[in-house]
Design a protein around this ligand. Sequence first.
Ligand SMILES: [Zn+2]
Length: 69
Amino acid sequence: MKQMTCAQMGGPCNTIITGNTAEEMAKNGGKHLMEDHPEMAERMKNMPKEESDKWMADFQKKFDATPEM
Ligand SMILES: [Zn+2]
């Protein structure tokens, strides 16, 4: 399992997000956004596909660079 902070994922706080895969962590990050930063979750939801694909590609790289716990 890996962990990243909300801030490392582009969010505004330091809550720890965990996941076994980039997809899982993105999903957990999304859940955290909806609970703690709903306005940001809304923005992510309305993001053009192109932009969210780019975010996911960047996030995948960051996830790969993060060491296993
Ligand atoms: Zn947060």
